[in-house]
Every structure is written in structure tokens, then in C-alpha cells.
Design a protein around this ligand. Structure first.
Ligand code: NAP
Length: 527
């Protein structure tokens, strides 16, 4: 049952007087559930409970955290089709997508359970004492990763499961030993409540402290701002727009005690098509890219918003075929009227820029909240001189930049903002003569793709989902895959600490049998 209430630790609570409803974009009507926004009092209570919970939760074993994370996955699964229906009614996304995204979310929770179960992830390093060292004795030092403290998680509208309530950020923070307060996304608050109920059930069943998880509703930015400014909060995980992520980053930096905001934000994901590939298979590539631009109504952070090539007959064939193909795609529904409205105005703004030519766009009437896809083109020089053209248009929109030559192509790449991904399409080994282009692209992106499409983010340890600003606020980390746990820990050293008081990962006996760096040698042996 959906109550519309907040979870303040294990308790449902709705003492505030502001309510709102979520929206079904397919039916173009409000959903029935009345959601109550969290009050200041509830924000403070959740933060207080999270701080209390941190005292014990940060110290529990990896084995117990793994049991908790697996229980969350089980409880989400147990919600069955009811959860999928609520997800679809709040996002317009089809059942198949809901199932796929749920599977990914369960997989992430279980992957983190496996990751922390044993303890290798703490990256233990030990340098034993040398009392006889001359001219000074050497102390005993032992270092490992420890949890940062309570984390606030903001999810994105376009992934109500995988980048939201019990998504990657929450799984990573809980795995690290950090209690989580979710600022529920206003567009899928009921989905958020159902998933939160599953997390709370799992916490109670596995004996986790009250306050290890809270879920706060809001329809505006105030609750999120209050959470980021709260002294008990020690880090923020964010997925969403550059504007939102940057606002929270600035807010956190202004605190008396600044805290990290690990934000994964928008991106235009440049695709570079090299000349030989354009010559050999311009039409095929245009068909593939027409599909990638419109996949999921273009509502992916890895959507190819920018395609770049050097002027040639091949590039002309590419743009002509892309224009023919894009109008064949049946328009689909966006997540919410606000997202559809933002798409229309951002698209119109891009199309009104001087030098922009519309290649093709869907021009028939569409149902409310459906997006009409558009592909545009511009000369390399115009692109270089207009920063507006470098910005994400969230939705089924793409811009093809036509460069004069290889030098201009390189200059354009060098002048791009930081990106989540960059793609190189290359044939006949030509990539070997474009090393400077590849190197320039590597400096601007978090992940480089060879002969593929940027849409699709595999969840595995070698994935890097992040990139130079503004793709993320800290390019040293990934938001996807088990390495994302590193965002919510800090390295910590014990000096000359008694063996029996050390955490299990650093004890001489190495009871967990984990891999440690002992006196500069990697080993699983005891000392
Ligand atoms: P959004 O508008 O930035 O919202 C994300 C969350 O942040 C919401 O809960 C929102 O609350 C909150 N928020 C936004 N601005 C805020 C502010 N100034 N102060 C406090 N809270 C604020 O993003 P979205 O529309 O949900 O998601 C779409 C965007 O996410 C796209 O740009 C997409 O590319 C990006 N995205 C990135 C990734 C990635 O991994 N890099 C993945 C998916 C999506 P309110 O709605 O209440 O303001």
C-alpha cells in the first residue's frame, strides 16, 4: 500500500502540511496517491537517526552488511508486478524496461554484497614496526578504508530504480558502512516509497540499526538543500542535471564543514566518425545512430547528442540517411510533462542558434508528453564559437558537426566540456593515423568506445561511469560498478595500535584471509 508518507528511519511519518501528486505521462493525468513533503522537523529527525545509526552500522562486519544488501534485493523482488506497475505509471516507461532496470538494481545490490562480504575492498596496508631502525625507530602503521558518515542520495528522473532509492549510490554507501537518507525524486515518489518499504523491511529483518535508511519526499528543492546543509550529513551522491548537481556542490562547499558532493550529471557523448568509416558504411551508421538517438526517447545520460565528422561525400551520405531514418521512428512518451516541456524549449533554443540547420524532425501531431525527435547540423567553426551548442538537450536530439579538416576536428574535441563517454567509429585500421584525435578525446571523457554506440552502461568492476567536469564533480571516481564504493570512504591509519583493538582486516592473524600490502609485499598471509 502506498501511504505517501516519509520514512524517518523505520517509522512512517507525515507531519508536514504540503502535499503533491505524481503524474502518469502516458495517460496525461495525475496519479491517485497524495505524497506528503518532509517537514524541517522530519529532516532533522532523519539526520539525527542517521548519525546515531552510523555509530554501530559503520562497525558491523562485511558479512552482516552483505546479508542486509541481499535482503534488500529479495524484498524488492518480493514486491513483484505491483512495483513495476507503479514504476510505469510514474514514468511512462514500458514494463520491459521496468523489468530490465529492476534486474540491474537487484544485480547491483548483490554485487556490492559479494564485494564487501570478505573485506579485500578496504585496501588494507600494513607497515610493521622496526624498533631497531637507525637513526630513528620506525612505528607500526596500518591503513584501511573506513566509512565517511551519513550520505544523502538524490536520484535521477530517468532511472527510478537503478539510479534512485535503492540504486547504485545507495547500495555503494550502505556497502561502505554509511547510513543513507534518500531525497526521493518528486516524479516517482510512490515507486520510491515502495522500494523504501523493502529496504526498511530488510533492515528490520537483518537487525540493522534504526536510521540506517530514511526516505524523504519533496516537490521542490528545499528538503534537498536542508539535507545537504545539515551538519550530520557527511557526503552527497547525486545523479541528475548539471544545474542541480552544481547547485548542491556549491551549497556543500559553503558549509562550515564542506563535504564531498559526488555528482554524475548530463553529457552530450561525442561520437567521432573517421573518414574511411564514413566512406565505407555511412548509410548503415546513420541507421544505427537513428536508433541510438531515439532509444528510450533519448532520455539517457549516454545519449549521442553530438556526432562529428570531416566534410566528405561519406559525411553527406551519413546526414542524408540520418535525416531519412530519424523521421521513420515512432515518437514515444517522455517521463513527465516538465521533462517534455524542457525538451521542447531546449530543442527550440538549440535550433534557433545562428548557423544551425535542421536536417529532419518528426512533424506529425503527437500525444501529450510525446517527444518529436530532431537531428540538426552545423559547420565546425560555428560550433567552436557557440557554447550553447555544446550543452545537453535531454531527449531525442542530436547535432552533427561538419569539420573542415582533421585539425579542426582536434580543436573541437579539445574545446569540449567533460563527458561521460566518447565514441570513435573507425574502419580499415585508420584509427592508427588519428592518434592525436584519440588522445584529445581521452582527455575529455570517462570512457572511450570503439565502433559502437554510447547508450548502454554495463555494470561491472571495469566500468567507469563518470568523467571530467561537468560529466561528474570528481573524475577520479565511477558511479557504476563496485568501485563506486570508494566515493563514500576515506583512508584511515592506526599507529602503534594494540593488535586486539585493531579492526579484523588489520589484525596480525588476518582472520578473513584478505589480500593486504604488508611491508610492500601483497599477501594473504598472517604476520
Ligand atoms: P534534476 O532535475 O537535476 O533532478 C535530480 C534531483 O535533484 C531531484 O531530486 C531534484 O529535486 C534535485 N534537485 C535539482 N536541482 C536542485 C537544486 N538546485 N537544489 C536541490 N535539489 C535539486 O535531474 P533529472 O531531470 O531528474 O534527471 C535528468 C538528468 O540526469 C539529465 O541531464 C541526465 O543526463 C542526467 N543523468 C545523469 C546520469 C549519470 O549517471 N551521469 C544518469 C541518469 C541521468 P526537484 O525535482 O524537487 O528539484
Amino acid at each position: 500500500m502506498i501511504t505517501g508518507k516519509n520514512y524517518i528511519g523505520n517509522q512512517l511519518s507525515a507531519i508536514g502540511n504540503k502535499t503533491f501528486k505524481t503524474f502518469n505521462p502516458l495517460l496525461n493525468i495525475e496519479n491517485e496517491w497524495e505524497i506528503t513533503e518532509a517537514s524541517t522537523n522530519e529532516v532533522n529527525q532523519a539526520a539525527k537517526l542517521a548519525s546515531e545509526a552510523f555509530k554501530t552500522y559503520s562497525k558491523i562486519s562485511g558479512e552482516k552488511k552483505a546479508v542486509f544488501l541481499r535482503a534488500i534485493a529479495e524484498e524488492i523482488e518480493a514486491l513483484g508486478d505491483d512495483l513495476l506497475q507503479v514504476y510505469s505509471s510514474e514514468s511512462g516507461l514500458p514494463n520491459g524496461r521496468a523489468m530490465g532496470e529492476r534486474g540491474r538494481t537487484l544485480g547491483q545490490l548483490r554485487a556490492f554484497a559479494n564485494h564487501v562480504e570478505k573485506g579485500n575492498w578496504v585496501d588494507a596496508s600494513i607497515d610493521t614496526a622496526q624498533p631497531d631502525r637507525q637513526p630513528m625507530p620506525k612505528v607500526d602503521l596500518r591503513k584501511m578504508n573506513v566509512a565517511l558518515g551519513p550520505v544523502v542520495v538524490f536520484g535521477a528522473s530517468n532511472f527510478p530504480f537503478a539510479f534512485s532509492t535503492a540504486g547504485g549510490d545507495t547500495a555503494a554507501a550502505l556497502a561502505a558502512g554509511c547510513p543513507v537518507i534518500v531525497k526521493s525524486h518528486p516524479m516517482h515518489a510512490a515507486t520510491g516509497e515502495m522500494v523504501s518499504a523493502a529496504v526498511i523491511k530488510a533492515a528490520e529483518k537483518t537487525g540493522m540499526p534504526n536510521g540506517v535508511f530514511s526516505n524523504l519526499n519533496s516537490s521542490g528543492i528545499e528538503v534537498g538543500q536542508a539535507l545537504v546543509q545539515h551538519p550530520n550529513v557527511k557526503a552527497v551522491g547525486f545523479t541528475g542535471s548539471i544545474r542541480g548537481g552544481r547547485a548542491l556542490f556549491d551549497l556543500a562547499a559553503k558549509r562550515d564543514e564542506p563535504i564531498p558532493v559526488l555528482a554524475e550529471m548530463g553529457s552530450v557523448n561525442p561520437v567521432i566518425i573517421l573518414p574511411q568509416a564514413l566512406k565505407n558504411r555511412a548509410e548503415d551508421l546513420a541507421k544505427i545512430y537513428s536508433g541510438s538517438i531515439t532509444l528510450g526517447t533519448g532520455q539517457f545520460c549516454t545519449n549521442p547528442g553530438l556526432i562529428i565528422g570531416i566534410k566528405s561525400e561519406g559525411l553527406t551520405n551519413f546526414v542524408n540517411t540520418l535525416a531519412e531514418e530519424i523521421v521513420k521512428v515512432e515518437p514515444s512518451c517522455m517521463l513527465h510533462p516538465n521533462i517534455a516541456g524542457a525538451y521542447e524549449s531546449n530543442k527550440a533554443n538549440a535550433m534557433s542558434q545562428s548557423g544551425i540547420k535542421v536536417l529532419a524532425g518528426y512533424n506529425e501531431d503527437v500525444k501529450p508528453n510525446y517527444a518529436r525527435q530532431v537531428v540538426t547540423t552545423v559547420e565546425g567553426n560555428t560550433f567552436l564559437n557557440n557554447p550553447i551548442l555544446h550543452h545537453e538537450v535531454f531527449g531525442p536530439f542530436s547535432l552533427v558537426v561538419q569539420c573542415e579538416n582533421k585539425e579542426q576536428l582536434e580543436e573541437i574535441i579539445i574545446n569540449l566540456e567533460g563527458q561521460l563517454t566518447g565514441t570513435i567509429i573507425s574502419d580499415d585500421d585508420e584509427i592508427r593515423t588519428f592518434t592525436s584525435i584519440v588522445n584529445a578525446l581521452q582527455n575529455r571523457v570517462g570512457r572511450i568506445i570503439f565502433n559502437g554506440v554510447p547508450t548502454g552502461v554495463e555494470v561491472c568492476p571495469s566500468m567507469l561511469h563518470g568523467g571530467p567536469y561537468p560529466a561528474s564533480t570528481d573524475s577520479r571516481f565511477t558511479a557504476v560498478g563496485v568501485d563506486s564504493i570508494k566515493r563514500f570512504v576515506r583512508p584511515f591509519s592506526y599507529q602503534d595500535w594494540p593488535n586486539d583493538l585493531l579492526p579484523i582486516e588489520l589484525k596480525n592473524e588476518n582472520p578473513l584471509g584478505i589480500s593486504r600490502l604488508v611491508n610492500n609485499v601483497r599477501t594473504t598471509s598472517k604476520i
